[in-house]
Write a protein that binds this ligand. Sequence first.
Ligand code: FAD
Length: 295
Amino acid sequence: MREIPEPALSGRTTLRLGGSAIAELILETSHDLEMLPERLRRLGGSPLILGAGSNILARDGQLPLVLVRPRYTHGPGTVSGRGDKVFVRVGAGVPLSRFLRFCLKNGFSGLEGLVGIPGSMGGCIAMNAGSFGTETAKHLYDVTVLVDQHIKTVPVADVGFGYRNFSIPGGENNFIILEATFVLTKSKRDVIGNRMFHNFFEKKSKQPLNARSAGCIFKNPAPRTPAGRLLEEAGFKGKRRGGVSFSSLHANFLINEGNGNASAALDMIEEARAAVRQRFGIELTPEVRIVPCLF
Ligand SMILES: Cc1cc2nc3c(=O)[nH]c(=O)nc-3n(C[C@H](O)[C@H](O)[C@H](O)COP(=O)(O)OP(=O)(O)OC[C@H]3O[C@@H](n4cnc5c(N)ncnc54)[C@H](O)[C@@H]3O)c2cc1C
């Protein structure tokens, strides 16, 4: 198992904020999984499973965290087919963009709505990432996880998932996704390509995809009540302070303008929550994972 001392979270998250962790452990083999509990005991701190870091806001300073990065980058590969359905296996460390290119090339439909999301497959499953009516977990067939020091393959019927959450029975939030099988539908490549193209340009026109961000900061409190609209009406669209801002393109995207820090970001988040609470009586909850979690 590779171990990197004092890794900087700012270099490992798309928001580019945060201090340093105790260590980073890179998991690449099944032997690494066997050694993990002992290594975590020796290092102390709390483990944080890290994918592509695109949904993480890490606090400043020296953080009592050990980053655990499952770099299982095998696949995607077709394992079987049944009628117009196809089963595709993929490692948790594979970028979503690579998986979507594979789907496009092979004419496998289902996940076109996820185009433009910058995560790893493990992170997309753990967050049940979704967009344009597509939800990652709805296309899962099974998922292989390390839970309670055992490797288990859990059928999708036994996992729990909802809006931006995913759970494994007996695992609460303590599981590492290693690989997964998706069930997709065979379709025409040009139809899939057109859908991806349309979704990507739609996303790009409404979200600051090239800025340093972690995507949407808050969950939408209800399907017809987007957090972005509440933030905009509360006067936060384009608001900037301390090197961070709420995007002028999409108010639910918090941006690090290059000289921000996590304290400034957290202050802005709290201020926005308080303003929305006061104005609409609605409590926004973060979609972004704030680490370490202090409550
Ligand atoms: C520009 C931009 C656009 C975005 N658009 C969307 C969008 O449209 N829809 C959407 O849902 N999200 C969106 N996001 C947020 C983010 O990309 C998704 O949540 C993504 O799925 C996170 O994947 P990741 O690999 O980066 O996970 P990370 O950010 O590394 O981790 C996120 C969470 O998943 C856990 N996790 C990661 N890997 C594993 C694993 N292997 N096993 C167990 N737990 C794991 C982490 O512990 C953490 O709690 C966007 C982000 C950005 C920056």
